[in-house]
Structures are given as structure tokens and as C-alpha cells.
Design a protein around this ligand. Sequence first.
Ligand SMILES: Cc1cc2nc3c(=O)[nH]c(=O)nc-3n(C[C@H](O)[C@H](O)[C@H](O)COP(=O)(O)OP(=O)(O)OC[C@H]3O[C@@H](n4cnc5c(N)ncnc54)[C@H](O)[C@@H]3O)c2cc1C
Length: 476
Amino acid sequence: MADILLIGAGTAGITAAIRAAKRGKRVVVIEKSDSVGGTLHYTAGHMSAAGTHLQHAAGISDTPEQHFNDVARICGNTMDAIITRKAADLAAGTVNWLHELGYPFHERAPAILYGHEAYSIARTYFGKDDVSPKMNRSGKTILQILLPLWEEQINKGTIELITHCKLIGFQHANHQITGVVVENKGEQQILTAQQYILTTGGYAANPSFFKEHTPGGSRLLSAANPAATGDGIKAVMDIGGIFWGGDKQMFTLGGIETEPGSGRIDFWNAWARMSNSKDRKQREIYVNDRGERCMNEYDWSVDQRERVIREQPNKRCWVIFDAKALRDGDCIIPQWTAEQLEEESAKGKSIWQADSIESLASKTGLPLDSLQATVNGYNEACLTQQDPQFQRSYLQHPIVTPPYFAILTYAYALISFGGIRVNEQLQVLTEGDIPINNLYAAGEVLGAAATSGEAFCGGMLVTPALSFGKWLGDTL
Ligand SMILES: Cc1cc2nc3c(=O)[nH]c(=O)nc-3n(C[C@H](O)[C@H](O)[C@H](O)COP(=O)(O)OP(=O)(O)OC[C@H]3O[C@@H](n4cnc5c(N)ncnc54)[C@H](O)[C@@H]3O)c2cc1C
């Protein structure tokens, strides 16, 4: 019998397997897809950690306590404090480990980044090629660093990988898992081991589960790994595990649907940049389905904007601007040029252009009276340099030069915030906080809310997934 049966060979899973196998444990890994890596193939892979060698070298003073306090500040104490403290305590060890393994950190890392609500100290790490705004996938670099260690253990036979093998459910008795029901290449089987580690990720690519567990339950727009269907969470709930945190779901701004009705967002090639940064100021206004402006577009708080859009009808807004704003600096879609945006707008799928506000309203379906009043109000604010409605201070681009543009953007899910409850040992909990003694979990299966609360705290998914995987591999 295997020492450990590991379910899901992604960010947390491969890390746990590598570390356990290195200690001589015999690990069987099941993975429902045809290869390993999971969300590492998709993620930006930004990490956060306090007290690292890189911070010391840069003369930055930081502690896990300060990291924990910053997370608590950003999310208003809505995280799981025990799990977040553990994540903050383990994070430096993870980043130092990747550093020793040769991870090519960017020379600007650690830095304070502004894509999410900013930390108060430079503690975000990313890869050498990861240059904003055209990010590369630092997650792929993490995978490249881990794969040689993984292959070493596969070659030694300490890790046995079974692909196309899907977790269906657990068998259990007396707070112990006694077997795992899997579908292995179409055939149902029971697999057993001494200990079980669940690392099957979240559910941000499962529209029905997402709708059921997210307040407001609107249509899911997703940029998550398509394998993130919540299988592990469902299997744990089926045996009495506690689900929590779905009500804390947050969304990323600026999602442009790849094809209308597809529900998919291409995070790497087309999204509207709706956050401020030092190199791009907002030249646009954000208008909801009622044709009304819904926020101070120049607000520096990413968290604040994310909360506003989450409350708008259909969790979406229209980015409206004119021909001058289009060409006055970086394109609002960081991967595109102004010419590309114009070409796309000719197709009229998610982006439109028109010679008048009346025609723009007709093409987008926005109510004309309201849209016209919104544009007039904003133009007046630009003229007087006063925005009584939202107190926006950067008012340089009145919407007066045709053609006018509209981009339909959605608040979309990269990650899911709900997950299963675990204790400090990462044992899965059932009602009354009674642990299932030999079932452990790590990664997004715990829910983003565990380590990030009701907010996006930079790096607080990838880093805990790696750290908890590493910790389980080192201790079980
Ligand atoms: C575009 C994008 C950008 C992101 N950027 C960041 C960032 O910069 N910083 C950050 O901290 N977080 C970020 N995240 C989130 C973070 O990357 C993920 O939360 C994390 O990688 C998830 O790791 P995991 O191990 O839990 O799951 P995964 O890496 O998804 O691994 C789960 C594995 O389990 C397998 N599996 C699923 N169901 C079954 C089953 N029934 N049976 C067997 N196997 C199964 C899957 O195929 C997969 O291989 C981002 C996410 C996305 C999508």
C-alpha cells in the first residue's frame, strides 16, 4: 500500500509529492487530466512572502507578522486567521527554496505591485520575464523549476503518476478515509493508502457549482483552469466536510468575453486594464447597464473598484471613451495597440465604435437618455475640473471626439473563494470541527477566502498552495 495517495497534480500537489518522495515516502498521484502542472500552466504566479533572502539582500525589513497584518487589513479580517498565519509563517521558506532551485526572479522583485490592493511593504515576487503590463506566466516558470525534481522521483519509482484518473468520492469510517473511489481510464476502482492529500483546486470553471455557492449567482465568466470544477470540494462535502467562504467571492475587473456567450475570458491576451498604475491613468469612464457612471475611475483602491463592479447589474460595466483618449497613450487592453482595438470594434462583438453617442447607445443597447446624460455630466466635469458625483481628480479626456468607443467588460473569476475547512494541521474538518484523521488538503480546495478573505491579497494563493504542499510533504 502507498504511504500517501495524492489527488490532483497541480501547484500544491506536485510540491507535496516531490517533498514526501524525497523523504522516502511512496507516493501515488492521481490526476484527471493527461499531464501535471494544473493551474501553474495558467497562473501569473505572483508570490508574496516576508523575511526572504531576497528582501534581506534588498535591505527590506519585513516579518510574517507584518505580512499577516497586511492581509488582515486588506480583507478586513475576513480570512481564516489560523490558516493565514501558517501561510505567512511558511512563505519565506517557499520563496527561499525556489530561489535555491534557481528560480529566475525579476530584478525588481520583491516589489509593491498595484494590480491588487497594495501591500505596505515590497514583498511580491515574480519571474524575470514577467514585465508589466505584458505579463508572462510566472507559473510556468515555477513548473519548469519543479519538473526536474518531480521527474527524478518518478524515475526512482517513489512517485507513481496515474493520469486520466479522476476522484469520484471517498469511503470512510470512524473519521478515517478507508479508500478513494476513482474513475481510472473509464473504469471505477478503489485506491487505498495510509494518508490522503487532496489538492484538486477550486471551482471557478464550474458554472453550476459556482452559481449555487456565490451570492447573487449571476452567470460565471471565467479565466480559470478548465479543470477547476470543484470535484474535491464536492467529494469532501459528500462525507460531511464543511464548505465555507463562497459568500466572500471577489472578481477581477475588465474581462472581455472571448466569444459572446462562451463564459470564457482570455486573461493572457485580452482584458481591459481598469486599475490605475504609475504608467497608465484612466482616460475612460465606466458605465453600468443603466447607462450610469458607477465609480471614480481614477480611484487607486483596486479593492474599492472590485466591490463596486460586483454590485452592478450583471456584474459588468461598459468602458466608454473617444478617439482622442484611444490614442493618447497605452491602449486600455495592454496586449493590443489602438489600431487593433479599432479593428476589433468593427466586428461589434464585445467592442463597438460609433460616430455619435446616439449610435453608440443603439449598437450597445445602453439606454440613450441615460448614456447621453452621463457623457454630458462627465464632459462638464472635465470642463470645470470638478466631479461632484465621484470626486475624480484626473479629468483630462472629455468624450467629445468621434468615433466613440464602448468595451463590454465583466467582473470575472480567476479563482474561487469558497472551500473546505481544515485545521492547523491541514486535516479536513467535519461538523463540530472533528477532523478526518488521515485526509489533508492544500491549495485552492481550501478556498481563496482561507488566506485572502473577501479581497485579493497578492500572491496569497500560489504561495500558500506551494507552502502547504511543501509542508505536508515534509511532515506527513
Ligand atoms: C489566470 C490566473 C492567474 C492567477 N494569478 C495568481 C497570482 O499571480 N498569484 C496567486 O497567488 N494566485 C494566482 N492565481 C491563483 C493560483 O494560481 C491558484 O489558486 C493555484 O495555482 C491553485 O493551485 P492548486 O494546487 O490548488 O490547484 P491546481 O494547480 O489547479 O491543481 C489541481 C489539480 O487537480 C486536478 N484535478 C481536479 N479535479 C480532479 C479529480 N477529480 N481527480 C483528479 N485530479 C483532479 C487538476 O486537473 C489539477 O491538475 C491565478 C489563477 C489564474 C487562473
